[in-house]
Write a protein that binds this ligand. Structure first.
Ligand SMILES: C[S@@+](CC[C@H](N)C(=O)[O-])C[C@H]1O[C@@H](n2cnc3c(N)ncnc32)[C@H](O)[C@@H]1O
Length: 439
């Protein structure tokens, strides 16, 4: 892995005009992990730390992604016949099909000879069959790295790449979308594997708005990615239309302090964050919040006691483990994680199914009247459901809400702000969004 100095040199080149002549940050060795970002002087709460453009972006192509979106300008395309007119089989608008930006990848995809997904299907199936394979779209961001300038490619090389067998699977699945993928070219495949590893370790999903449609882009923002993770971080980041990352101090950061961000959602429970970080970033966090099973007194993990007749709440006993025992704070019964995990999944699915299917007004009734029967109010799934209601109400343009519903929204908002306060989240992006109701 590159030294902090070498990484810093390449990051400076990448920042170009966005580099402050006297930055309040520097890259150095981190006691947390590898390299990290550190304050060169005291940084006040709310102060800008840096802005950076994406080094490379591409489609996320995750389950549920809208595939008929131009991979260059991100415009929403027609529902049918939306592939590049030059036949690379990527979704590209007519204008971008002939653009400089698309030329290299278009040629490369054509050379690899994409398989025709509609071939061999009967007429009816053909009508319903999406002509794009999400796995070939997913590999596009990695492919784009090969067309960057030498210094930019060196920067990608200098970034950390976690080793994970799943990433190989991602490449194998992409290779199956083509007749002539260079599978036997070992040096090329090794480089591709590393780039895919860098993307999976470092890339962000950045929202990008195009008119009234919003998509998530997969973007590599190298300096933002060098920041290590803390569950209640001292810096917060947001993305300006998918292409620019903006990082500000959420709290005061003393000179020499490590500038941290979060790789998870701030309101997730200890256990949910722990599982997510282990699965996606391959580490177990050791921050103060992860070591406290009351979760700063927020009890975001809490579930009702499974002992008959007891109305107490249970919380995980051990911290920083994927399968803790659970103990009731009232009757002190202990249950194994397997039992509580089933119960947590039930609460999660019940609430999330409603979120996806209910009107705002039904959701409020469900949260206020039904949820308290099976889920403690502090549980993160219920907390997120309230966040979802605020989000939907603030975006609703035509719906008219009753006085009662508006009061509920204000109550949810006050509860969420109190939670963030307990967590010590400072001026984090979520607080800003809740306060400004621009979720
Ligand atoms: C995006 S990189 C962060 C920058 C990285 N330290 C470097 O030197 O390039 C993410 C990886 O850093 C490590 N990491 C980040 N935060 C960590 C933490 N709080 N504890 C342990 N490892 C962490 C993990 O290996 C994680 O997969």
């Amino acid at each position: 892995m590159a030294t902090p100095t070498e990484l810093a040199r390449l990051v400076d080149l990448h920042l170009a005009d966005l580099r402050d002549p006297e930055p309040n940050w520097t890259i150095g060795p981190s006691p947390m992990a590898g390299r990290g970002v550190f304050a060169t002087r005291d940084i006040q709460q709310g102060e800008l730390i840096f802005r950076e453009r994406a080094l490379v972006v591409g489609p996320t192509a995750r389950k549920g992604s809208i595939l008929n979106t131009c991979v260059c300008c991100h415009k929403l395309l027609a529902v049918k016949d939306f592939l590049c007119k030059n036949k690379c089989t990527l979704p590209v608008c007519d204008k971008c099909s002939d653009s400089e930006q698309h030329r290299n990848e278009c040629e490369l995809f054509r050379r690899w000879q994409p398989k025709d997904l509609q071939k061999g299907k009967d007429d009816d199936a053909e009508a319903d069959c999406c002509p794009v394979n999400a796995m070939s779209l997913r590999i596009l961001t990695a492919v784009r790295v090969f067309f960057l300038q030498p210094d930019q490619r060196a920067l990608v090389q200098a970034m950390q790449a976690n080793d994970d067998k799943c990433y190989r699977g991602e490449i194998i699945k992409a290779a199956q979308c083509f007749r002539k993928f260079p599978t036997t070219d070992k040096p090329y495949m090794d480089k591709l594997f590393r780039v895919v590893g860098v993307l999976n370790t470092n890339a962000f999903e950045a929202p990008c708005r195009m008119g009234d449609h919003e998509i998530l882009l997969r973007g590599l923002f190298p300096l933002t990615a060098v920041m290590n993770h803390e569950c209640t971080p001292n810096a917060s980041h947001y993305f300006d239309n998918g292409r620019m990352a903006v990082v500000r101090a959420a709290r005061f950061i003393p000179k020499g302090g490590e500038v941290t961000t979060t790789y998870t959602k701030i309101l997730w429970s200890n256990l949910t964050r722990c599982i997510f970080l282990k699965m996606t970033k391959n580490f177990i966090c050791d921050c103060a919040r992860c070591n406290d099973n009351t979760e700063n007194g927020t009890y975001l993990s809490a579930l009702f006691c499974r002992q008959q007749g007891c109305k107490g709440i249970m919380i995980p006993v051990q911290t920083k483990t994927l399968q803790p025992d659970w103990r009731c704070l009232t009757c002190e019964s202990v249950f194994p994680h397997s039992k509580m995990a089933r119960y947590q999944d039930f609460a999660l699915n019940t609430i999330n199914n409603r979120i996806n299917a209910c009107s705002i007004s039904d959701m409020i009734t469900f949260i206020n009247d039904m949820c308290p029967r099976f889920c403690p109010p502090s549980n993160y799934v219920l907390v997120e459901a309230k966040l979802n209601v605020i989000w939907r109400m603030s975006r609703a343009t035509t719906e008219v809400f009753t006085e009662e519903q508006l009061k509920c929204k204000d109550r949810y908002r006050a509860e969420l702000l109190e939670l963030l306060e307990k967590l010590g989240a400072g001026e984090c992006t979520l607080k800003k969004l809740i306060t400004e109701e621009r979720l």
